[in-house]
Design a protein around this ligand. Structure first.
Ligand SMILES: O=C(CO)[C@H](O)[C@H](O)COP(=O)(O)O
Length: 217
């Protein structure tokens, strides 16, 4: 199976988790694109979705699923999203698609965060995937220097402007032994909007497609 076929397979496996939940939080990325295509088949059963990015909003609308404002709905029962890396504690690196801030907001506002990914995303220790950090544009160089002091090698994702009109630094060289502590430390740097480390609020259920099987943990 190709990586894309594995993404499609795991996207399909997430469908039972969104049955009868009314309003769903929907993430961003190529795995989620498959998930939205499957949602389209059951759209009569879905009241609406809260979207984590402009790209996802466009896709949801295109398939006929109403997009709702998070401020107008209560806590969400279920949020489904992908990840760039997943450790055994269900802590994640996210933000490869630059949607980390809205993704983190929806994850925080959801009772259950279902993470779906192909098997290549599983790791023992987070950090081989460069850690995305969304920053206020004028703070980019300052934040980069602070990240160097923490042992990282930040690289500006040039040309990328987030949906919130900010910039992204991708931080190489971290082997993240203590994800919650690092998340807190980076959050405390002035000018950081969000770090793509989902550790204090990890996923609740992870579905991974590994060959023919779906592994759930
Ligand atoms: O965090 C994300 C976007 O900001 C995505 O969930 C992550 O990059 C995984 O993407 P894909 O499903 O394309 O592998």
């Amino acid at each position: 199976m190709t990586q894309d076929e594995l993404k499609q397979k795991v996207a399909h496996a997430a469908l039972p988790y969104v049955k009868d939940v009314g309003i769903i939080g929907v993430g961003t990325g190529s795995t989620i694109k498959h998930f939205i295509n499957y949602l389209a088949d059951i759209k009569g059963e879905i009241e609406g979705a809260v979207s984590s990015s402009e790209g996802t909003t466009e896709h949801l609308k295109k398939v006929g699923i109403p997009v709702l404002d998070l401020n107008a709905v209560g806590p969400l029962q279920v949020y489904v999203d992908g990840a760039d890396e997943i450790n055994p504690l269900k802590q994640l690196i996210k933000g490869g698609g630059a949607a980390l801030t809205r993704e983190k907001i929806i994850a925080a506002a959801s009772e259950k965060f279902i993470c779906i990914a192909d098997g290549s995303k599983r790791v023992d220790v987070l950090g081989a995937f460069p850690l995305p950090v969304e920053v206020i544009p004028m703070a980019r160089s300052y934040v980069a220097r602070e990240l160097v002091k923490l042992g990282g090698q930040p690289v500006w994702r040039e040309g990328c402007v987030t949906d919130n009109h900010n910039h992204i630094l991708d931080v190489h060289g971290f082997s993240i032994a203590e994800p919650i502590a690092l998340e807190r430390t980076i959050n405390n740097i002035t000018g950081v909007v969000c770090v793509g480390l989902f550790a204090a609020r990890p996923a609740d259920i992870v579905l991974v497609s590994d060959g023919e099987q779906i592994i759930t943990f």
